[in-house]
Design a protein around this ligand. Structure first.
Ligand SMILES: O=C(O)[C@@H](CO)OP(=O)(O)O
Length: 231
């Protein structure tokens, strides 16, 4: 009789629509709230996940309210409010530098379609940097090496990967299902890693607000199945 292969679930979820998403402005580390539509998207994601009956042992999110509130709504909907929730700046959205707050259509008028496409979806392209690093007290303890004046997706991955390796992988290895509620680019970086997408092809990957992505992983944590709920 062969040994039963263990399979574990890793669920990724981008927050519901934020005020900045609604206004079509660059967000990054801006700490903007969900819209009413964003809350409804989180509730719908929670209902879809509830139907999957996945018992998690931990939830991971950023220190930005749009992700934290989405995580809370989902934990309630799946009746797992008791779970530990780990919040880390490492799961924050990619820092959009001096673009933050700017309307995305306006940025295309200013810099051109091609440049904006690279900033938004390229792997190594750095947005124009802020003149100063973050002053918000929640970032006071950040390592000095972290560039908080703007990040490429590649730079964001450099701070997401250690979180994934230290906080998520050990739990997955113990066969514990994990839920990560984060942001478009943070999740694109993780999806790039899990799906082994090349630097060039990551520009085709989009992550929708409130669409749960369920990965089934084998004992080496390689992807054996991927499903987007409600798609
Ligand atoms: O503004 C942002 O921070 C992100 C996600 O909302 O936008 P984009 O899709 O342009 O990378």
């Amino acid at each position: 009789m062969g040994r039963k292969k263990s399979m574990v679930k890793l669920v990724l979820l981008r927050h519901g629509e934020s005020v900045a998403n609604q206004q079509n402005t660059y967000t990054g580390w801006s700490d903007v709230p969900l819209t009413a539509k964003g809350r409804a998207q989180a509730e719908q994601a929670g209902a879809q996940l509830a139907a999957q009956h996945i018992p998690f042992t931990a939830v991971h999110t950023s220190i930005l309210q749009r992700a934290i509130v989405t995580a809370d709504i989902v934990m309630d909907a799946i009746d797992q409010l008791y779970l530990p929730i780990h919040k880390s700046w490492r799961l924050n959205e990619r820092h959009y530098g001096a673009l933050r707050g700017m309307n995305k259509d306006h940025s295309r008028e200013l810099f051109g379609q091609a440049q904006v496409a690279k900033w938004r979806r390229g792997y190594s392209d750095l947005p124009p940097l802020l003149a100063h690093t973050e002053t918000d007290r929640k970032y006071a303890g950040l390592p000095a090496s972290i560039l908080t004046r703007g990040e490429s997706l590649a730079l964001a991955w450099q701070r997401v990967q250690p979180y994934y390796e230290d906080m998520v992988v050990p739990r997955l290895r113990r066969n514990e299902n994990q839920l990560i509620v984060a942001h478009g680019s943070t999740l694109r970086a993780l999806i790039k890693y899990l799906d082994q997408i090349s630097d060039a092809d990551i520009d085709k990957v989009e992550v929708g607000n409130g669409v749960p992505i369920i990965y089934t992983l084998d004992e080496r944590l390689h992807v054996v199945h991927k499903e987007l709920l409600g798609q």
